[in-house]
Design a protein around this ligand. Sequence first.
Ligand code: MG
Length: 382
Amino acid sequence: MKRSISVLGSTGSIGRQTLEVAAACGHRVEALSVNRSVELAEQQARQFRPRLVVAADESAAADLRIRLADTGTKVLGGTQALCEAAVLPEADTVVTAVVGIVGLRPTLAAIDAGKRIALANKETLVCAGELVMARAKEKGVDIVPVDSEHSAIFQCLQGSRGRHEVRKLIITASGGPFYGKSCKELSLVTKEQALKHPNWAMGAKITIDSATLMNKGLEFIEAMRLYELPPEQIEIAVHRESIVHSLVEFVDGAILAQLGTADMRVPIQYALTWPERTEGPATPLDLFSCKPLTFTRPDVETFRCLGLALECARKGGNSTAVLNGANEAAVALFLDDRISFVDIPRLVEGALERVPFLEHPMLDDVLAADKAARAAVYELLR
Ligand code: MG
């Protein structure tokens, strides 16, 4: 199965690994989008010769236009142009590897254009999961997850005859770099420590989310939306070894798990080739040299971000968009050395208290909730 793909966020961690998979497996790259990493974008464009490269940053686009003048690749600038890359007629699959709610509009555009979505942008489902899933159903579009946990669940569900056979999903969590630390110890951690994930090499935003465990909370909400299950049927298990990527328990008591090394190229590749499997570049797990597998319950008191996310998962409405927007703003402040690690949940909680709750938000309400949450974070900071 060869796909023609458009990669949104091609210079990020998932984007770069998507291109590795494309090169190894012979998928054609039709479009790339970047934020402002022009040098890498140029390199990627020269290697893959896409029809279109989009830079969200206008001045980066102007620079790229000069750099790629000899190639015949079209260059567009601005966040609106992300949607152009998402609907390019020559691509049958869109890999949404951008970080944050910025992925929402292009994902919806790609769904409307009938593309397969290889979903690597969890914030989209967290903020507007019901809207996105309803639109995909209406258009008959497949959303295949790239996130390792959701891909594991997706793989375990192959061969299942429906949700009535599923008792619960068990999402595994590495626990992050601060596993076992007390609240007091967390108040002293530095940015450098937070950026060092024990098992996975990822972008800065998701690495911080993994340290606060917000990432697991976002993944919990993502799983609810993707698999249309209530929060009572989803569980989180801390699994320090990151070998079992997640599990599904069925009504007869059988539990299926997907195992592997911590290599994102496996779920990326599966999102492209599903329902088929093909040869790929990943190194398989060596069962005889892997560590013993352990599972424990997460500490939602100490890791307040996870506790807040689970509360929002139960509450629903616009609260998940507020949670996500406030978290995006707070993590950016932390990466900018403006706040401490434990300020992240404080600001998110403050934003959740300030932004009015709305039970059935439409797209505009979701975007408004996101904006209000960010504004609340800046206000609380002052
Ligand atoms: Mg994940």
